[in-house]
Unconditional design. Structure first.
Length: 415
């Protein structure tokens, strides 16, 4: 599928007439403005007749499904991987800022009068995800004449996920009712002894999955250990049984999706005339009716209103990237608080995440070396080469915060 925009920059209907596209490019009547999704701009005046296109958005915490359909066929299909490092980067920045306050160096003074959060405030990690969903639709609006956007809202009942039989007053009377805090409940549950060895003594509560990796303070993610066992686990000398880990239910993604749904709808309504809402139960029923497997892009196809239309022959895998490390100061206390030399910004004209071609394979620059030997990976992270000479690389597309890779094979289902 080739996407077309007019001489004035307005999106027209995409085409599959590749021969005509080649002739236009060869005759100088069109130019390439984007490699993936492949988009050309006409250099002559033409009619601007378009058909209404509906875009379906399957919102997610890690992966977003998006599909665009007309009355007859699907014209765009993609799955886009979101960044999930925002929280970690903010914690790292806070660490450096606190360290600077103990040294005689420049730092941002602490502020105490900015603690009141405005209405509609979201944590930075969730705000970024809301903005990312809007950016995806805005990107499509530049290459397709969008008439309608349909968003699936998924309000998850996290208590029912943990206990399917819960109802009525049981929502208020949880398992921790009558206990002072979570720790007291966990100790009572364990019989005031280690849940690994059964030993008594000085007891501590350990997070099976660390909070830094999405773990919560839910009792299912906590285990009672002796002080010696707790220390041994953190030192790597002792491991928690797999059976304990499998029982942990991480509801971080479900809570994220439940939180950002209406914020995404609200932001899209500011930009597009027709924005509609659908629900996961409706999507599931229609997907089963059409015999489609459960994937993000299939969900998006159903959300957009796809029924018996002709599916797109190819789909796109997209990924968001962090362009630069903007930390002004970093130090290593072990080396006398000396700021390390920053990594190079470019090597022989190549920058990180530039799309290149190496020996017939298309990938991105994942690592730079001043010697000119670069690390090449696919967009999804598979190794292509760990030390490719710059002279053997062909630049296809400069790096962007959102990069795409065209695919044709079927996609595996997800949980």
């Amino acid at each position: 599928m080739v996407y077309v925009i007019s001489q004035q920059g307005k999106p027209l209907m995409p085409t599959e007439r590749h021969g005509k596209v080649r002739r236009l490019l060869k005759q100088g009547l069109a130019k390439v403005v984007r490699r993936e999704p492949f988009t050309i701009q006409l250099l002559y005046d033409t009619t601007t007749y378009t058909q209404p296109i509906s875009v379906g958005l399957d919102i997610g915490s890690k992966t977003v499904g998006v599909s665009a359909v007309t009355e007859k066929k699907e014209v765009f299909s993609a799955e886009i991987e979101l960044r999930n490092d925002i929280k970690d980067l903010l914690l790292e920045r806070r660490q450096y800022r606190r360290m600077r306050r103990y040294r005689k160096t420049r730092y941002r003074k602490v502020r105490f009068l900015n603690r009141r959060k405005p209405e509609g405030w979201l944590p930075p990690s969730l705000r970024w995800k809301v903005d990312a969903h809007v950016r995806i639709v805005n990107m499509l609006s530049k290459i397709l004449p969008i008439a309608k956007v349909v968003v699936e809202i998924a309000p998850f009942d996290t208590q029912k996920i943990l206990n399917p039989d819960i109802q009525g007053e049981e929502y208020q009377n949880g398992v921790q009712k009558g206990f002072w805090d979570v720790r007291e409940y966990c100790l009572w549950r364990a019989g005031y002894k280690s849940e690994l060895s059964g030993k008594k003594g000085i007891l501590e509560v350990h997070h099976i999955i660390p909070r830094s990796k999405g773990g919560t303070d839910n009792p299912s993610n906590l285990i009672v250990l002796t002080a010696q066992e707790h220390k041994a686990i953190h030192e790597g000398r002792l491991k928690i049984p797999k059976s304990k880990i499998e029982k942990v239910r991480i509801l971080k993604d479900a809570s994220h999706v439940s939180t950002i749904g209406w914020h995404i709808v609200s932001e899209l309504k500011k930009l597009y005339e027709e924005v509609r809402v659908t629900y996961g139960s409706i999507t599931k029923a229609k997907r089963s009716e059409f015999g489609l497997e459960k994937t993000h892009r299939n969900d998006a196809y159903v959300i957009a209103g796809g029924t018996v239309q002709k599916r797109a022959k190819e789909w796109y895998f997209g990924k968001f990237f962090r362009r630069q490390n903007r930390s002004l100061h970093k130090s290593n206390p072990i080396k006398g608080d000396i700021r390390p030399v920053s990594t190079i910004k470019q090597s022989y004209g190549f920058r990180r995440f530039d799309k290149i071609e190496y020996e017939g394979k298309v990938g991105i620059v994942a690592g730079l070396r001043s010697s000119g030997y670069l690390v090449i990976r696919s967009l999804s992270g598979e190794k292509i080469h760990d030390s490719a000479r710059y002279s053997k690389l062909k630049l296809l597309e400069k790096s962007k915060t959102l990069m795409f890779e065209r695919r044709e094979e079927a996609l595996a289902s997800y949980d």
